[in-house]
Ligand binder design. Sequence first.
Ligand SMILES: CC(C)(COP(=O)(O)OP(=O)(O)OC[C@H]1O[C@@H](n2cnc3c(N)ncnc32)[C@H](O)[C@@H]1OP(=O)(O)O)[C@@H](O)C(=O)NCCC(=O)NCCS
Length: 190
Amino acid sequence: MGVAGPVLAHCRVVEHAEITAPGLLLRPWRVEDAPAVLDALREPAIARWNPRRRVTDDLAGARDWIRYRADWSGGDHVSLAVTSAADGVLLGSVSLHQIHGEDASIGYWTVPAARGAGVASRAVVALTTWAFAELRLHRVELCHAVDNPASCRVAERAGYRAEGTLREAFRYGDGLRHDEHLHARLATDA
Ligand SMILES: CC(C)(COP(=O)(O)OP(=O)(O)OC[C@H]1O[C@@H](n2cnc3c(N)ncnc32)[C@H](O)[C@@H]1OP(=O)(O)O)[C@@H](O)C(=O)NCCC(=O)NCCS
């Protein structure tokens, strides 16, 4: 699979990107990531706190997942694999989705072995900073289930201010609609 295509974002065309953060390299997804993606998508917490979807239960499904995320040509998303800068091991996923005009939303997960080491927080900060500079976004929203306190900590650590609670706002992987916290960062935030 080649690198991702250009993104038509707010008055600019942005080619695929690699972004660095302390100890991390955020890079476009590759078809070779499929076995690691399959393991991750089967992991109970990731399966629970992501959108309900057709179960990705084989390598073909993982390759489809990657193909969508590696194709940025629609201009509506930027999806990156979060890898260890030291050895290239896949640690997680971070993506901007619903990109429209100066706005977008951000989502993420990390594999169990990488959790609790600041990986998600650093990846979210790095992609947000890049999006303000390169995509000229003004506001990025981050929503997480109220029942997912680890994700709330990621939002806080990444500078996403809490703006309120959205009642039964999203149907997650467990098939239930959950209340969500809405957080957001503005390009003008300190
Ligand atoms: C949420 C998730 C992305 C966090 O990834 P991570 O790389 O461990 O995140 P970080 O290390 O940057 O920060 C995790 C924070 O959550 C805290 N945390 C972890 N488990 C927690 C829990 N059960 N309750 C409260 N806080 C918790 C950690 O202590 C840390 O905060 P601190 O630095 O203030 O101590 C990861 O657990 C995950 O992938 N979960 C499943 C998928 C998911 O929830 N994705 C987000 C959907 S909105």
